[in-house]
Write a protein that binds this ligand. Structure first.
Ligand SMILES: [Zn+2]
Length: 205
């Protein structure tokens, strides 16, 4: 099957001491977004009944910041700098997350809580297992190896599907994340419908 130019890579870069690719779980969109929503609600409910933003804008911001490291890294690593051999680099460093939070804190302080989903992404990616990348450039100018195999996107999706079937626990964060997204989506839709009914004044005449 034609791979449409989507390639994922996972060879160890020269001088890199990290582990070789072991066929790890690589797609994590629902997990990142849904678990960020969950963390946000836990933070909100820990504030002793104080209200916190729960409109669509809050969730769009959370989704954006929770995926920002991948939004930055994946396209660049796959198509712009393919010699990197990893799809986790600049966007997956602590320095990038700190910079994002600092910029938001300085210019849009009300949005700081949403920007914390960016370092949260590093936590969910278990970036402590890739210290060269996480702490770049403190441990030298090198990146840890990617966790994506050197195969096409379709092979990657097929491989992940096979892994879900053989090791269902790997998909648990994705399932929990998807469930949270569906619950919040249903709540927002219900609120929008209720608001629509309130403003509906009925047929004339
Ligand atoms: Zn990532």
């Amino acid at each position: 099957m034609r791979d449409l130019g989507f390639r994922a890579r996972g060879r160890n870069p020269k001088g890199c001491t990290g582990p070789q690719f072991l066929g790890e779980w690589t797609l994590f969109v629902f997990g990142h977004v849904g678990l960020s929503f969950l963390g946000y609600h836990l933070w909100g409910s820990s504030r002793g009944g104080e209200s916190f933003p729960k409109g669509p804008g809050a969730y769009v911001l959370l989704a954006f910041f929770s995926l920002l490291p991948d939004i930055v890294d994946k396209p660049l690593a796959l198509w712009v700098v393919p010699e990197l051999d990893t799809t986790r680099w600049m966007g997956h460093t602590l320095a990038f997350s700190a910079l994002v939070c600092a910029i938001v804190w300085r210019f849009l302080p009300d949005l700081l809580i949403f920007s914390l989903a960016c370092p949260g992404h590093l936590l969910l990616d278990s970036m402590w297992r890739s210290p060269h990348t996480l702490l770049f450039p403190l441990l030298g100018f090198k990146w840890d190896p990617g966790t994506d195999p050197n195969i096409s996107l379709w092979e990657l999706l097929g491989g992940n599907l096979r892994r879900i079937l053989s090791e269902p626990h790997l998909a648990l964060p994705e399932i929990i994340g998807l469930a949270v997204i569906l619950v919040i989506g249903a709540r927002l839709s219900w609120l929008a419908l209720a608001r629509g009914r309130e403003t509906y004044i009925g047929p004339r005449g």
